[in-house]
Design a binder for this molecule. Sequence first.
Ligand SMILES: [Zn+2]
Ligand SMILES: [Zn+2]
Ligand SMILES: [Zn+2]
Length: 145
Amino acid sequence: MKEIQEILKERRIRVTKYRLAILGLLKEESDRFISIDEIRTRISGEYPKFDFSTAYRALELFEEKQLVYKTKMDDKICYTIQCEVDSDHHHLICKNCGKKIVLNFCPFEELEDQYEALGFDTFDHMRDFFGICQKCKKVDDKMNQ
Ligand SMILES: [Zn+2]
Ligand SMILES: [Zn+2]
Ligand SMILES: [Zn+2]
């Protein structure tokens, strides 16, 4: 795995301790989407001056440079490190813990054909699906007993 510093340099992003910390966290938990609040809280444990706007600006920059991917879960903005697949793929996301499952295919291929037949030319579609993962469901079942 490439060093985080290298990755930032490659994309011509100035290296700062906050940026390293954010990207480090997202890489460490690459199988999850993490809300901006969680990112802020966890990093401010180490860097008390780390605030929301610093987190937001860094994450937006990473998104622009395609290092991270952003989605909206209910009202929360969540981020994950960019998946290693470049092709059209989809995410199953747990609304409770942020777990990310990558679907390495597109379930909408048939729809895309119809779309083209109707004369549309850019098949821009939702990438993310939301639900509750098995682990979170079990916890929930226990609490309801
Ligand atoms: Zn992805
Ligand atoms: Zn979950
Ligand atoms: Zn697709």
